[in-house]
Design a binder for this molecule. Structure first.
Ligand code: SF4
Length: 304
């Protein structure tokens, strides 16, 4: 669904301008039943070349490693996936489930779910740590719950135009162009963050969501405030805390009651601070920031 929302470029652009032949997609694919199975088998046999395999959803291994809990086109999904992965030139994992298992892989993980090349932060996953696709690359991970549509289409364009070698990846095989900076980069609330002006309510335009509502923007690698959603907004711009959904640890604290939308603190200091900031410096900084805050730091100064 996120993919269908892409705007730069759109799904239509992929087909019309970049020559991508979309073999199948759950919403756009025209093949059904036996025809779909024939298409998949033709890809596996090499009759139809499979340049890019895009996978969404966790790899379900239950029960007992058979994968029978998630059947697709008359077989365990993981069996199709294993066969298609052997012939695909490039493999792209879209969303947290496909990249590192996502919510289904939360403890106790009854569906024995994992991602294509990671289980949470641990390398390996369904295809194994050393897996390389036919083009010699590991699985390209575009994380997020959901992944931003333009991250997906821009990576597909990079592959289709032969430019993927120009893209650097981080240690989790995420394209750095989208995952090097923090969600906080470009957030309209940075001035409130700097002066420790908090908001305690959703949807307000003033105040920062870090101090009370558990915003993970300073600790999360994503470009959500640089490449906006629907070209106009982001969670934090709309007054909703970043939940850190592009990181393998998402959902943090296993969604235990009292941990969602709530900053976890010890003696008033958040348990988790922006990387590289120590607790003593943080306490000093916020004391000064509060003291130095001008009156407008507490006001809604946005105009529409
Ligand atoms: S709302 Fe979140 S991302 Fe924005 S400035 Fe505050 S902590 Fe950072």
């Amino acid at each position: 669904m996120s993919f269908l929302n892409a705007e730069e470029p759109t799904v239509c652009d992929l087909i019309a301008d970049f020559g991508i032949n979309l073999l199948w997609h759950p919403s756009l694919g025209v093949e059904l039943g036996n025809n779909l199975q024939t298409l998949l088998r033709d890809c596996i046999s090499g009759t139809i070349p499979l340049d890019i395999l895009v996978f969404e959803g966790s790899v379900v291994n239950a029960p007992n490693g058979t994968g029978e809990w998630n059947r697709f086109a008359d077989r365990a999904m993981k069996d199709w996936l294993g066969d298609l992965a052997k012939v695909a030139k490039f493999i792209v994992a879209v969303g947290d489930c496909a990249t590192w298992g996502g919510i289904p892989a939360m403890s106790p993980n009854p569906s024995e779910s994992e991602g294509l090349q990671f289980l949470k932060r641990q390398e390996g996953g369904f295809l194994g740590k050393d897996f390389l696709s036919q083009a010699g690359l590991p699985v390209i991970n575009i994380s997020g719950c959901p992944a931003h549509p333009d991250w997906i289409t821009q990576i597909l364009v990079a592959i289709a135009t032969g430019r993927i070698a120009d893209i650097a990846f981080d240690e989790l095989n995420r394209p750095q162009t989208f995952f090097n900076s923090y969600t906080q980069t470009g957030c309209t609330r940075n001035v409130h963050f700097a002066y420790k002006a908090s908001t305690a309510k959703f949807g307000q335009r003033k105040g920062c969501l870090f101090y009370d509502l558990g915003c993970r923007g300073p600790m999360t690698h994503s470009s959500c405030n640089r490449i906006l959603w629907n070209r106009v907004s982001s969670k934090t711009r709309a007054g909703m805390p970043c939940l850190g959904c592009t990181e393998p640890e998402f959902p943090f604290f296993d969604l235990k009651p009292g941990t969602v939308f709530k900053t976890q603190t010890v003696m008033g200091v958040p348990k988790e601070l922006p990387p590289g900031v120590n607790k003593k410096d943080y306490a000093l900084l916020t004391m000064i920031a509060k003291d130095a805050a001008p009156p407008w730091a507490e006001e809604d100064f946005f105009t529409v």
